[in-house]
Every structure is written in structure tokens, then in C-alpha cells.
Design a protein around this ligand. Sequence first.
Ligand code: EPU
Length: 433
Amino acid sequence: MDVLIIERSGPLGGSVRVGGAKNAALPIMAACLLTDEQSIIERVPRVTDVGTMANILHGLGLEIAWEHDALVATPGPVQGWTAPYELVSMMRASICVLGPLLARHGRARVSMPGGCIIGPRPIDLHLKGLEAMGASIEIDHGDIVARADRLKGATIHLGGPSGSSVLATANVMMAATLADGTTIIEHAACEPEVVDLANCLIRMGAKISGHGTPVIHIEGVSKLGGARHRIITDRIEAGTLMIATAMLAGDVMLEGAMPEYLGAVIDKLIEARVTIEGSAQGIRVHSTGRVKAVDITTLPFPGFPTDLQAQMMAMMAVSDGVSIVTEKIYPERFMHVAELRRMGASITREGPSAIIKGVDQLGGAPVMATDLRASAALVLAGLVADKQTQLGGLEHLDRGYERIEEKLSQLGAKLRRERASLEDECRPMLQCN
Ligand code: EPU
């Protein structure tokens, strides 16, 4: 198992290219199940979640090959309709093969995703949407078993207790492309990743309008073809690098970052005294280092993204003043708090909020990543801490960040990946017992 050795760094400088969005790539890969033609998806990030989805698609009869940064999905002669527990349990986003399988083959067996470190993650909205289109769904020995001769268009309200759902919108939208008649999704997610999926489906021949707004119309067609599609850049990777620059000081150009995907983040960083310039080329971030404390509340797009909450908290930990971070999407997504505290952060949990008093200095320490975005927060904290930080649990970081340590190093940060010593490898086990 590897660890990241992180040293106090800064200021950052130079430019770096932002990669393709993992959360756009995953459902778009699942959309390749909707056609019997070859699809080519460009700018796919080489992260382990993409590898997991590729394995699931392979098991369902697609041949998957890489050509540079493009993933080529070619339907083989035998198509499957079962996504097994071994793969689904590795990644909750596997659920987005359910809609395409049902639409294309009239049946699907997908292992039911379980709990998750960032809190409860129900899938009731996915099932409600597919049932509204006429699917019969039962849970059989831990698997979702869905059937429908041909899905029928319906008007479906997809709002949940925390607002819209990104992957439920994606799942229902994909299923509706091959349904009989028109489907209207109300309270649809407006995230850029949903829009990117819709644009890819349109290239495949789907008739979709309203994507990017809370009401999406999908007129079913009898067949979809293959497409060549280029994934949008990753707003969460861009946001993580923006926060890194804000914390460490410096002047950084994030090539390909899309300002229109990051409005709420840009707004908060400006409030925290960071200078941001957005352009067609990307986003330039300029910071003198010590930021002002700002409050944030996570919300569905265009609100502040939950996937940047942990990184923002790391920044608030070394800000001037007191800030309140309120998590409205996943009220339990605070696993990073304990590790940040070990590094000297002053953070108190109050239900779905955390109150952070900025301290002068964090102290480097051995820390463990608990989930993808928490691990990014610990990398940022390590880069401003005195002494060395050793971050373990890199399998979480590698699920969604492509070469993040290389990109940060390119900007002047001091961090490197090393093989863990035996003692480090044993530490998580010792802690558990
Ligand atoms: N929800 C329900 N019922 C459902 C589905 C969701 O109540 O059937 C609730 C969830 O519990 C949550 C809220 O709705 O409170 C929003 O969850 P959503 O369904 O939008 O999340 P998701 O689609 O499963 C995607 C991203 C997550 C990101 C969320 C929110 C992918 C692969 N995952 O998950 O990304 O946090 O949207 O923006 O697109 C990450 O990349 O680190 C990550 C966790």
C-alpha cells in the first residue's frame, strides 16, 4: 500500500491542465449499453472508479479498450444483464447501469448498493422513476431485479428530501431515451455532469430537451447509435486545485477549468479574499495565502458542491476567523473532521454543521483517508502543515483524482508517493482492534 509524503509547500505557480470529469464519465460509460454500435468517449480520467465501471461493462458484454485518453466501448456478440455484488459494492455509481439495461434488454439484475462512509445513500428515487415507466422491481437476495417489456414514457417527480438526485436523473433519463412515448422528469438535477450525459445521448440519437433545467423532456426513440463524445473537465478537481492555491498562496492557471461550473465556489473564494479570473481558457487563481473565514452550505448545483466541502473545511481550518460549514446533501459527510483535528484544527460538530475556528498553524501527522474527498482535504491540510504529513488510504484518493500529486508537484507543491513501511501498513489494523 502506498502513502503520500506531504511537506509544507507554497507559494504555487504555473499552469496545469484539468482532466475529464469522473462523475460525467461514469454515467456516460453506462450509456454505451444503450446501443449495439461502438462508442468512443474522450478525455476519460484514469481513475479506479472508471476501471470498476469498465469491468462492469465488460461483464455485460462490452469490449473496453483505451486509445490515449479515449475509452472505446464495442458491443460484443453476447450481452449480459447482471451487475454482480463484487463490483457494485466497490462503487455506488454502478447503479447507473440499471436504467440502460432495463431499456435495452427489458430486464436487469443489479446488486443493491449498500451503506457508504459518507452516510446513507438511498436509491428509492431511481426505483420510483423506473417503476413510473412501467418496470416491475423486486429485491431478491440483495439484488435489484427489474423487468419491463418496453418502458413507457411518464411524468416523474424526482425530488427527494435533499433536493434533486444526480444519478437518479441520469438513470431515468437514460431509460427514457428508448421508452415508448414522452417522459418528463420534474425536479431533475441540473449538474453539469447530467447536461454532459444528455449531450452525449443526443449525439447517440436521443431526443432530449430541458437538460440543465429542473424539467427535462425525453421523447423515446426505437434505437440509439454509437457516438464520439468528449467529457467535460472535472469541476471538483479544478475546485480542489483552486482551494490549494488559495491556501498555499501563489498564482496558478487551471487550463480547461470551466468558470460556469464553479460559480458558487468562485463566489466563496472571492469572499475569502482570493482573486479569481475566469476565461475561455480556464480559471486563474491568485492568493496571498491567509484567507478570511467564510460560511458555506452545500446544495445541489448551482449551489456549493458537497464534493468540495471537505477541501473547503481544510482551508477554513487555517483561515482568519470562525466559519460554519453546513452539509445539506450528506449530513454525515464529516469523516475528515477527526483527521483534521489530529493535525491541530479546531472544529466542533453540531449536527449537519461544523464550526471551524481558524488556527495559525496545522501540524503534520500520520493521517488516514476515509473517502475520496476527505483524502483531498488531508492532502491540502498537509501542504500547509509544519513538519511532514503521511497520508494513508490512498485507494480513496485514486478512485477519483487522476495523478493529483503530479499536478500539485507541477505547481511547486512538495509531495511524493512512497511504498508504506510495514508499520504504516499495520497501523489501520491496529487502530481497528
Ligand atoms: N437521494 C435520495 N434517494 C435517492 C437518491 C439520492 O434520497 O434515490 C438523496 C441522497 O441521499 C442525497 C441527495 O439525494 O441526500 C443527493 O444525492 P445524489 O443522488 O445526487 O447523489 P449521487 O447521484 O448518488 C453524485 C456523485 C457524488 C456527489 C453527489 C451529489 C457520481 C458518481 N456521484 O452521487 O459524488 O456527491 O452526486 O452531488 O456522480 C464524489 O465524487 O465524491 C461523490 C460522492
